[in-house]
Design a protein around this ligand. Structure first.
Ligand SMILES: Cc1cc2nc3c(=O)[nH]c(=O)nc-3n(C[C@H](O)[C@H](O)[C@H](O)COP(=O)(O)OP(=O)(O)OC[C@H]3O[C@@H](n4cnc5c(N)ncnc54)[C@H](O)[C@@H]3O)c2cc1C
Length: 390
């Protein structure tokens, strides 16, 4: 993406962020879904930032897209999660593994906001180990029939189509395949509302009951589903890491402003050295998270430029895991410190640090828990024979 196009995209993202802020704050306090994210994102043409222009996208490279998501992350993890679900793990696998016909059918519509996407891998009994999933598919003539339950799916209650995964029925040694499934007969979703944070975003479970899926909606080859899921998570983890960078940036801005405005013991609290310690800590985390997110985004761009290169793919995979693990923990700590700087007001959803604290905690869980990412990073150093789980 050339610098002029990148600047235009980031300006559109900035305009979206300014428009969404008051709506998001009101929805958060009233604990309800923010139904303005989609129309405003559509208005500013940011529903398919990294897609090529021929599919209705903006053609952003991963570095530019990560900057955009960091900016959106400042408005809240719930707002950013919508984009991760729709674009980073929704559009991405269709673009990467879909047939030309499938791309034409879904991507321009997703870019225009006519089709909202989600990614359904997790099941009630299959989280960190997706291979434990119980969903099945069966080939019947020119279509597939899918059955199963997917759990904790971002955008799962508002999506028009979902990239999802299932085992072949009655094939004990069969491998998982990936499908694009439309909401329609047999597809039923239920919103999950008893959440610790992100009240303004949609998280749902859905059930597929004898859902008919056209044969052409298979992604990649039969049996390639696990590879597609893991490849998609590289894109997803960079999006989470970038969003967490935005959370840190916002916590820093809020804590700095408050430390200069609030006076106790006869001076601004920013003149108390123990308060300065929090600010310095958040700033160090911001700088480190920024470097790790950009490194992961660059690694992903390098890998995308040379798709057959397995070393580059591996580097991107590990860099994304490292960035996500680091940035999500740093964002949690930054939000905690910003709450502390705000004192009693910090412990409230009326102020930004408290909302960030509640929301960003999930970033240490979804798209690979802290533990799973640590094990992945360690085995990348030790070698395959040291993998702590199969
Ligand atoms: C708000 C939200 C949105 C989400 N969005 C999506 C989505 O869009 N799509 C989707 O598919 N999923 C989504 N998820 C699901 C998420 O990816 C899973 O919750 C996550 O992968 C963990 O799975 P689990 O909850 O089943 O926990 P479990 O896998 O049961 O893990 C429980 C604990 O055990 C630990 N653990 C498990 N195995 C090991 C091991 N081998 N070694 C060490 N520790 C281990 C875990 O790290 C964790 O601490 C979402 C979750 C949330 C909360």
């Amino acid at each position: 993406m050339n610098p002029t196009e990148a600047a235009r995209l980031l300006a559109d993202v900035e305009a979206f962020c300014q428009a969404i802020r008051p709506v998001e704050e009101l929805c958060y306090v009233e604990h309800r879904f923010n139904d303005q994210v989609l129309p405003l994102a559509r208005q500013h043409d940011i529903l398919a930032m990294p897609l090529p222009r021929e599919y209705g996208g903006r053609g952003a490279d991963t570095v530019t897209y990560a900057r955009a998501l960091a900016r959106i992350g400042r408005e809240g993890t719930g707002v950013r999660t919508f984009f991760s679900g729709h674009t980073s793990i929704g559009e991405y696998p269709i673009l990467t593994w879909g047939s030309e016909e499938l791309k034409r059918r879904y991507l321009p519509a997703a870019a225009k906001g006519e089709k909202i996407l989600a990614f359904g891998l997790t099941e009630p009994e299959a989280g960190s180990n997706p291979l434990q999933m119980q969903s099945t598919y069966e080939r019947r003539g020119d279509h597939y029939v899918l059955n199963g339950v997917k759990y904790l799916i971002s955008n799962g209650g508002i999506c028009d189509a979902v990239v999802t995964f299932a085992y072949p029925k009655d094939e004990p040694n069969g491998r998982i395949s990936a499908f694009v499934v439309d909401r329609g007969p047999g597809f039923e979703s239920e919103d999950l509302t008893a959440k610790m944070g992100m009240p303004t975003s949609n998280t749902a479970m859905f059930e597929l009951r004898d859902v008919k899926v056209p044969g052409s909606n298979l992604l990649g080859e039969p049996g390639n589903g696990f590879r597609i899921a893991m490849g998609t998570l590289v894109s997803g983890r960079i999006s989470v890491a970038a969003g967490c960078l935005g959370v840190i940036e916002d916590c820093l801005a809020e804590a700095l402003a408050y430390a200069q405005a609030r006076e106790q013991h006869g001076k601004p609290i920013g003149k108390h050295q123990l308060v300065q310690e929090h600010l310095a800590h958040i700033e160090m985390d911001r700088a480190a998270a920024d470097a790790m997110v950009m490194r992961a985004a660059q690694a992903k761009d390098a890998s995308a430029a040379d798709p057959g290169n397995r070393d580059l793919a591996r580097q991107a995979d590990i860099a994304a895991a490292q960035a996500k693990l680091f940035a999500s923990n740093a964002a949690w700590d930054a939000a905690d410190r910003a709450v502390q700087v705000f004192g009693g007001r910090g412990w409230s959803t009326l102020y930004r640090p408290g909302r960030h604290l509640m929301d960003v905690r999930v970033c240490r869980i979804y798209e690979g828990t802290d533990e799973i990412l640590r094990l992945k990073i360690a085995s990348s150093l030790l070698g395959k024979e040291y993998e702590a789980y199969k």
